[in-house]
Design a protein around this ligand. Structure first.
Ligand SMILES: Cc1cc2nc3c(=O)[nH]c(=O)nc-3n(C[C@H](O)[C@H](O)[C@H](O)COP(=O)(O)OP(=O)(O)OC[C@H]3O[C@@H](n4cnc5c(N)ncnc54)[C@H](O)[C@@H]3O)c2cc1C
Length: 449
């Protein structure tokens, strides 16, 4: 087969450089791409190639979903919901089903995802492989906590059924396992009951991390299911807006209230558009706009959970060199480490356009390589400006490692083996379950000696 040729599946053949990550850095070029539509086609594709990797919807920011010069298996063709029990909220679906498609089916029936990230354009397989978390981590844990069973295809051609009873260790390795233990063909998981498609939300301005912590404690005590804060770290004293919400009690599952698709950015904007001054100005404008608006509102779930999805391909605003997202977690007693990172971000004049802070709760993540753990998580975005951006993030790594923290692999495109090992203490146990024929650009980087 020629490099770049397509093995199976749908008629429209994707280009080998189609498969990039959301941050658009680093760029990758697959040697082969397969687009299976059925599970047996995935098995044939795995047999034919060395170094394969499943690709969901490419919403990982860095290179966990990239396989430069390897074989990429686009799982989006396995998009069937096999069973949905509207009485119990039990779902069995193929791994290429997106959260967006699931929501369209389950919300009108009074069900919601148990955990959702900040975009609905992720696949079930990708959500399991990164063991994603959401605004309810403090009370609900990660998506993996709700996965009851998966069907896992290994490169030996055998399909393993993994559940708490059967192959439980392989299940733990696969949840958060970055696609390296096998290809998830389908998964069973439990949904959460709702009576409305709307969320009652409060937005509260705050200044400084101590105020953020006080709001977090008060909101958790008061039983808010969703909490998260946006921060303007370029202001003299870091300030922000704290959001907390609950599913509305009013019965309203009507589809008519769903907003349609929003505008689309069609090409990378020139680098000067997001410069230190525009980033500072936009942050300040957002802060004041939110401060002036009413503090309480009832909004559709799309606006609350997925505000960024309203602009399609918003990642192109960072320009043709892409951007890096940095997400770490540190134990709450070492929150001073986050203050240092925020201070340095301000001093560096490099970003961040979008800064998010959230307290993770105590619920144990089920995956050997799951990122969430008790502590405070901070997320920052930086337009990629070459060496100076990489150097800045390396200084953050040192602060993060010294404070006993961890970096989120799903957002990473540059950490070295040292930071990876420090972040994931169960790494040796995980490696026992690696599939010898699977790999990724991320995995080769963090294992480079
Ligand atoms: C706007 C935005 C907001 C986000 N917010 C959050 C957030 O709040 N919390 C959070 O945790 N994450 C968040 N993310 C990250 C995103 O949720 C994860 O990266 C998610 O895993 C992406 O899913 P995907 O289907 O796009 O997978 P991809 O990015 O395509 O792949 C991710 C990993 O899953 C593996 N994989 C994919 N399919 C399979 C399969 N069938 N079998 C085995 N392995 C597979 C891939 O090999 C890769 O290692 C956000 C991303 C964006 C763009």
């Amino acid at each position: 087969m020629n490099a770049g040729a397509i093995s199976f599946g749908r008629q429209v053949l994707p280009r080998v450089d189609t498969y990039q990550s959301w941050g658009r850095y680093p760029r990758a070029r697959a040697a082969w791409v397969s687009t299976p539509a059925w599970p047996d086609e995935v098995a044939c594709a795995l047999q034919r190639h060395e170094l394969s990797l499943a690709y969901g919807l490419g919403r990982s920011y860095g290179d966990v979903c990239l396989n430069d010069r390897g074989h990429v298996v686009d799982m989006s063709g396995l998009d069937r919901i096999i069973r949905f029990d509207a009485e119990t909220g039990w779902v069995h679906c193929e791994s290429g089903v997106s959260f967006a498609d699931l929501l369209d089916v389950i919300v009108p029936q009074g069900w919601f995802l148990p955990v959702t990230p900040g975009t609905k354009f992720v696949s079930v397989g990708g959500a399991i492989a990164n063991d994603v978390h959401g605004k309810n981590h403090h009370c609900a844990g990660t998506f993996g906590c709700y996965v009851k069973a998966i069907e896992l295809l290994r490169s030996d051609g055998k399909v393993r059924w993994c559940s708490r009873e059967q192959n439980p260790e392989l299940l733990s390795a696969t949840i958060g396992g970055l696609g390296l233990t096998g290809i998830i063909l389908s998964a069973e998981f439990q949904l959460r009951r709702i009576s409305s498609a709307f969320i009652d939300v409060e937005s509260i301005p705050f200044r400084g991390l101590p105020e953020f912590l006080a709001l977090t404690a008060e909101s958790e005590e008061a039983g808010f299911e969703y909490t998260v804060a946006w921060a303007d770290c370029l202001a003299r004293t870091p300030r922000g807006i704290f959001y907390r919400g609950n599913h509305s009690g009013e019965k309203d599952l009507d589809k008519k209230s769903f907003p349609g698709p929003g505008p689309k950015i069609r090409f990378p904007l020139p680098a000067f558009v997001l410069n230190p001054w525009t980033i500072k100005g936009l942050n300040a404008a957002y802060y004041w706009m939110k401060t002036l608006r009413p503090r309480k509102a009832t909004v559709h779930y799309n606006s609350f959970f997925y505000p960024l999805d309203s602009v399609r391909q918003w990642n192109l605003i960072y320009g043709k060199h892409g951007f890096l997202q940095y997400q770490c977690v540190v134990p709450e007693e070492n929150i001073e480490a986050l203050e240092r990172i925020l201070r340095r971000t301000g001093e560096s004049h490099q970003g961040s356009f979008l800064t998010v802070i959230k307290r993770f709760g105590q619920k144990r993540s089920p995956g050997l390589l799951s990122f969430p753990r008790p502590g405070i998580t901070l997320t920052l975005d930086f337009p990629f400006r070459g060496e100076k951006t990489l150097q800045l993030l390396e200084t953050f790594d040192r602060i993060m490692v010294d404070s006993g923290g961890a970096l989120y692999a799903a957002k990473d495109a540059r950490m070295g083996p040292g930071a990876f090992e420090a972040s994931y203490p169960a790494l040796d146990r995980f490696c026992r379950y690696l599939d010898p024929k699977l790999s990724s650009s991320f995995w080769r980087r963090v294992n480079a000696s």
